[in-house]
Ligand binder design. Structure first.
Ligand code: GUN
Ligand code: ZN
Length: 437
């Protein structure tokens, strides 16, 4: 066992539906006692030290100990084409995304990208993610193998597409069902891994494929189901043409058994009132992807309004539609979009979204996302003065929340002082990063 000392970020409720002061705090001089990869106690650091005199101690001083960041929607196969210029969603997919995803037909390339992506994610303090793979079952194996070897809690699924995608990047309704089913049998619940049934989005699935995946979800109701919903207005118009009977975009999923409490719907920007009502009624989760929504020009999600309806909300990079691997940068973008919508988010809201909120959206709130006894010890330790610009602002701060806010707005991977995975301190992959700190 080990005792980790620093300032601890603690939440015990949803600050988007209750005053944040009642459900979140930062404890200075805090401590996290870890035993067998699990948090055994959280509290006053000095008291924990006195009560457990024989445990190893790692003292981070004034650094902030947070649950590891949880990226609720990402495309690991898009790692190498992040920050591609000048296109909106449909052209961006056709011109940049699909050609890159085609390359993951090669299992060796898929393994290389999975390793690269997970090392980048960990460098940025992200310890769990729900990723889309590609249509290739080998891309799921590559990701899960890479997550397993790092001891990570992670989710992915074979991305299913049987129309409106190029040759070589389409499956069929039957093969999507069969391949997904075989992958569930191989991976679901193995180690810390979870499978998400993953129709990419309605435009790239025939009604037959959506129906087949709805049937699969009914057979494996413990699996998550992840997809995209109402990201761009052009996309929504296209969905209307492709599904003339559907009442709205969400109905294309609902009509085929793909709306449920374990459904995770990325973007959810341009929603009709009926769609919001149905998401709230079934308890489905939405995922805010703010850097993606500005980068691809999608729009301003009304996160506060959806959260106020009790809809669970996570936060995500949506790499490579999103322009960053950093959940800090993502929190900054969420703040900026909140400002444009007239709903500024406090640092407590942003930190909640990146940790417990994302965990809740993925139904992992009993395993990760909070510092509390019984939770798996995945941690990110943040230096709150990681650059001269942040340090000078932090020095002027009136309280610790103001310090944290400066790091959320201006921080990047340089703020990530350390990462713990299931109670194990991550060995920094690059020596240069270590000596710089
Ligand atoms: N909609 C369908 N596929 C994608 C994708 O890969 N990225 C984003 N941002 N939106 C999508
Ligand atoms: Zn996406």
């Amino acid at each position: 066992s080990t005792l980790i000392l620093g300032q601890t970020f603690e939440t015990w409720g949803n600050p988007l539906t209750r005053p944040w002061e009642e459900v979140a705090r930062i404890r200075s001089g805090g401590g996290v006692l870890v035993q067998n990869g699990v948090i055994a106690a959280v509290g006053d650091g000095a008291a924990l030290r006195r009560d457990h005199p024989n445990v190893a101690v790692t003292d981070y001083g004034d650094a902030l100990i947070s649950p590891g960041f949880i990226d609720a929607h990402v495309h690991y196969p898009q790692t190498a084409m992040i920050a591609s210029w000048g296109k909106r969603l449909i052209d961006w997919l056709n011109i940049y995304t699909f050609p890159e995803e085609m390359r993951l037909a090669d299992p060796a390339y898929a393994a290389r990208i999975a390793d690269r992506y997970l090392d980048l994610a960990l460098d940025h303090g992200t310890t769990t993610m729900s990723s889309f793979a590609t249509i290739h079952p080998g891309s799921v194996d590559a990701f899960f193998d890479a997550a397993l070897s790092r001891g990570l809690r992670a989710v992915t699924g074979k991305t299913c597409m049987d129309r409106n995608a190029p040759d070589g990047l389409r499956d069929t309704a039957q093969s999507a069902y069969d391949d997904s089913r075989a992958l569930i049998a191989r991976w679901q619940g193995r180690g810390r891994l979870g499978y998400a049934i993953t129709p990419r989005f309605s435009p790239t699935s025939t009604p037959d494929q959506l129906e087949a995946l709805g049937a699969l979800w009914a057979e494996y109701p413990d699996c998550l189901m992840q997809t995209h919903l109402s990201e761009q207005t052009d996309e929504i118009a296209w969905v209307r043409d492709l599904f003339p009977q559907a009442r709205d975009y969400l109905d294309t999923y609902e009509a085929h058994g793909l709306l449920g409490a374990r459904g995770v719907y990325g973007h959810a920007i341009h929603l009709e009132p009926r769609e919001v009502d149905r998401l709230a009624e079934v308890g489905a989760a939405v995922v805010h992807c703010p850097t993606s929504n500005t980068f691809i020009g999608s729009g301003l999600m009304d996160l506060a309004a959806l959260a106020a309806r009790g809809i669970p909300a996570g936060l995500a990079t949506d790499t490579g539609g999103g322009s960053s691997f950093s959940m800090l940068r993502t929190m900054a973008a969420a703040y900026e979009i909140g400002q444009l919508r007239g709903t500024p988010l406090h640092a407590a809201h942003l930190m909640y979204l990146a940790t417990a909120g994302s965990a809740r959206s993925l139904h992992l709130q009993d395993c990760i996302g909070t510092l509390a006894p019984g939770m798996e010890a995945d941690l990110v330790v943040l230096n709150l003065a990681s650059t001269p610009a942040i340090a000078q602002r932090s020095a002027e701060a009136r309280d610790v929340w103001e310090q944290v806010f400066a790091t959320l707005m201006m921080g990047d991977d340089r703020a990530v002082k350390d990462v713990w995975i299931a109670g194990q301190r991550r060995v920094a992959a690059r020596q240069g990063r270590v000596s710089r700190r």
